[in-house]
Design a protein around this ligand. Structure first.
Ligand SMILES: Cc1cn([C@H]2C[C@H](O)[C@@H](COP(=O)(O)OP(=O)(O)OP(=O)(O)O)O2)c(=O)[nH]c1=O
Length: 199
């Protein structure tokens, strides 16, 4: 049997390779249409409202580029109510990891799918507990290059897995897309899941 992919059934308004891989893992073939939006939080904006707004804006921006349903998503790491984005540089990344060391924080991921059923949305909060991380590990982790493009400056699916004691919530949401909730939204938009030619 061939396992060659089918034609795209969804437009992914994201440059994130993680989101593409997560959708591919449930056999949703996408066309990628990265969109450029301003990701600056509005003063006083709650973290869940912030990620929901960005996910929606990404989906709306993509909707002008295709006739397929469009998925936008955004992930933020939140510690003591403060939204941590991607690190600007090494000192910023080190400060973020120091702040996350030995305690719990939240990862919020919003997903928005525009299509025939309108704009459908979900937002997932996951609690992540990290063990203590020492200064040597913080420096060594930066040197791997992994933290640079990750919210909160770490990747649970990568080398930072050794720092994660436990999570309560959705692992795929921390990586960038909550697959359980996303699958429900895609089904409501008529997007087929488990869609591999030859089966
Ligand atoms: C916390 C965490 C984040 N991340 C990633 C997921 C997202 O790609 C990124 C958060 O940044 P986002 O702004 O949500 O996404 P992005 O800039 O990568 O892609 P786009 O805006 O085009 O959709 O951090 C991990 O890969 N692993 C993790 O453990």
């Amino acid at each position: 049997m061939s396992d060659s992919p089918t034609a795209a059934v969804l437009c992914l308004a994201s440059a994130s390779p993680r989101r593409r891989e997560l959708l591919s893992s449930i056999e949703v073939e996408v066309e990628v249409c990265p969109v450029d939006i301003d990701e600056t939080p509005i003063a006083g904006e709650a973290a869940d409202a912030y990620v929901a707004r960005l996910a929606r804006q990404k989906a709306l921006a993509g909707a002008g580029l295709t006739s397929l349903p469009v998925l936008g998503s955004d992930t933020a790491v939140v510690c003591d109510g403060v939204i941590l984005g991607k690190p600007r540089d090494q000192p910023h990344a080190a400060a973020m990891l120091r702040g996350l060391s030995g305690r719990a924080h939240q990862v919020l991921t919003a997903v928005a799918v525009s299509g025939p059923a309108g704009m459908l949305e979900a937002c997932v909060t996951t609690r992540v507990v990290m063990r203590d991380i020492d200064e040597h590990e913080i420096a060594a982790y930066w040197a791997t290059g992994e933290p640079a493009d990750k919210a909160g400056g770490y990747a649970i699916q990568g080398l930072a897995a050794i720092f994660i004691e436990r999570i309560e919530g959705s692992h795929s949401a921390v990586v960038g897309l909550p697959l359980f909730e996303t699958a429900r939204l895609l089904s409501r938009q008529g997007v087929p899941l488990w869609n591999r030619r030859g089966r």
